[in-house]
Design a protein around this ligand. Sequence first.
Ligand SMILES: [Zn+2]
Length: 280
Amino acid sequence: MRRPLLAAGLAALCVAVGVPAHAWASTSGTAATPAVVNMEATVLAAQIDPRRADHTLTPGAKDSVLAVEQALEALNLLDPQWVDGYFGTTTVAAYAAYQSSLGYSGLAANGLPGATSLTKLGQSRFTVTNKIGPGAQVQRDGYVVDARAQAMLTAAERLLGYALTLEQGSYNPGGDPTSAGTHDGGGVVDISVTGMTAAKRTAVARALRKVGFAAWVRDPSQGDWPWHIHAAAINDTDLSSQAQHQIGDYYLGLNGLANRGPDDGPQVPIHTWEQYQRGQ
Ligand SMILES: [Zn+2]
């Protein structure tokens, strides 16, 4: 548990400078509720913040996350000390509890805000802008993907000028044990690199990153798998917990593997599918 340690550290710091340990918590707990929650920024923070080693906030997300946390606090699902604009593991767990309280289960209670639950949470508290969602489940190369990931793959193919072939799709719980649960939810695919040179594999990973995937070329030395490209769609609200963590690690410059090594993929500015579409 990363958060309690951080809280203890912060409390100790407050004591050290003569501020009561509860002061920062009660102040943030009574902050004015903004009228607007940016869903894109909120979902992004919910993927990155749990993976941070420190208390850095996700840029542009603080006011939105605070509003969500205040609403969770009002439902007695989140202790006031965690109402701080940081969507860490405690807030993810609180949001998952909120989703469960609505009768959701499985991926619909994965702790990542979805458009329906977030809008419901905001009733009489905030309005939700920049709504995002995975869309319907569709077939691609005989595998199931969601419509958002499908559109992203098509955009990557447009950048590359050739077609890509899937080797594993999404919504595939227990399908491939070497995938460690990352394909259990939406937004995650494996792409075949059969017949590709090293340069071409890198070009594919770069194109996938450009359109909003966290994508890596995986080689047999890293795990019990053949060469392939693993790609997880940033901000897909159907992501499994494991895939959420992988994307958080991608933002933090890591390789998305259990060893949390440095990112070994082509460096491109990180952005989401929606940002790509807006030319950001
Ligand atoms: Zn994979």
